[in-house]
Design a protein around this ligand. Structure first.
Ligand SMILES: O=C(O)CCC(=O)C(=O)O
Ligand SMILES: [Fe+2]
Length: 359
């Protein structure tokens, strides 16, 4: 199936000598994609395809290593003697739950390292127990080059994320920035300032093919990743070439569009924080993964998120533009994220949806 998602070239927002027209074209394309799909392909990001292939390859090598090796970096509950923080590390096959069902996937989650210098939230770095999200990243030991290659990639992605949210500010027709603006100033740079210490998440996911046969005309009952929207700002998804796996819900709320990979391009989608900032003008689109091929699929989404302490509330201009009623009173991204983490802990008990800390 040919995907109908738009393709957007972000290079005018990465190249300082680009023309205002080129920037405006990109900004308009983003507005249209976010209004109609909430998803698009991103090109012109400057990260070589060979690097992208290497990222997927290294993740695959990790997932193909013995379980004993993978369990060396197993995610453990926060506050426990194993030294886990409830969020970072390896999540075994079937441990991730979305909409009360076990997803057929295994994964590794890496987050921005916790800033222990801030007095209110510090936990001594020498301590063996950690509060939620405050432990160190648990990096795969093998393949040995994975960590450094990923660290460089994460750096590059933060630049792409910043360019993308800058383009979004322009695309929403916010005010031109003026000197003296701060984190709460609602101008074109508001998303840039509130992601300049992005509490990003890098997730490597491995999907064996689903085994239950799909009956004609019936809804699927087994998922590689159940239906959800992403809870943060923008997601830059890199995936191996497997077709038909990632499906995006169209605005009619019933048609599923295949978001098949295009070599060298990211599949980008907006998350719940952008939906809130725009007061629902741009919706975070629901999506799911159903992988029925014969191969082991690998994807590596990078979630470019707001700063942990960023206040995320509907922008005044957008409230006006969408009928005058704010959809949310606002809270910090950290509060929102912690809600997701705790939801994940208790999801099996409560039977609630949660995903990988997704809703
Ligand atoms: O693997 C994919 O294609 C998408 C995964 C996803 O949607 C997620 O982890 O939030
Ligand atoms: Fe997602």
């Amino acid at each position: 199936m040919i995907s109908s998602l738009p393709i957007i070239d972000i290079s005018p927002f990465l190249n300082p000598s680009s023309s205002p027209e080129a920037r405006q074209n990109t900004a308009s394309a983003i507005n249209s994609a976010c209004m109609h799909y909430g998803f698009f392909y991103l090109t012109g990001h400057g990260i070589p395809t060979s690097k992208l292939d290497q990222i997927v390859d290294l993740a695959r090598q990790f997932f193909f290593s013995p379980l004993e090796e993978k369990n060396k970096i197993k995610r453990h509950d926060a506050g426990g003697p194993e030294g886990g923080d409830g969020a970072r590390g390896y999540q075994g096959m079937g441990e991730n739950i979305t909409l009360g069902r076990r997803d057929v996937q295994e994964a590794v989650d890496l987050y921005r390292e916790w800033d222990h210098s801030s007095a209110s939230t510090s936990s001594p770095s020498t301590s063996r127990t950690h509060k939620t999200l405050q432990g160190p990243n648990l990096w795969p030991i093998s393949p040995p080059e994975l960590k450094n290659v990923y660290l460089e990639y994460i750096n590059q992605l933060q630049g792409v994320g910043a360019a993308l949210v800058r383009a979004m500010g322009v695309s929403l027709n916010l005010d031109v920035p003026s000197p003296g603006a701060d984190a709460n100033t609602e101008d074109q740079e508001i998303f840039v300032r509130n992601t300049d210490r992005s509490f990003w998440v890098m997730r490597m996911i491995g999907y064996p093919p689903l085994s239950t046969p799909l009956k004609d005309g019936e809804d699927p009952t087994e998922f590689s990743c159940g239906e959800h929207s992403d809870y943060g700002c923008v997601t830059l998804l890199l995936a191996d070439p497997t077709p038909g796996a990632l499906q995006v819900l169209a605005k009619d709320n019933k048609t599923w569009i295949s978001a098949d990979p295009i070599p060298g391009a990211f599949v980008v989608n907006i998350g719940d924080m952008i939906e809130r900032w725009t007061n629902g003008l741009w919706k975070s689109t629901r999506h799911r993964v159903i992988h029925r091929g014969n191969n082991y699929r690998v994807s590596v989404p990078f979630f470019y998120e707001p700063n942990f302490d960023a206040m995320v509330k509907p922008l005044g201009k957008l409230v006006q533009r969408t009928g005058g009623q704010a959809v949310h009173e606002g809270n910090t991204y950290g509060e929102h994220l912690m809600g997701k983490v705790f939801n994940n802990f208790y999801s099996e008990v409560l039977g609630e949806d949660c995903g990988k800390l997704v809703d």
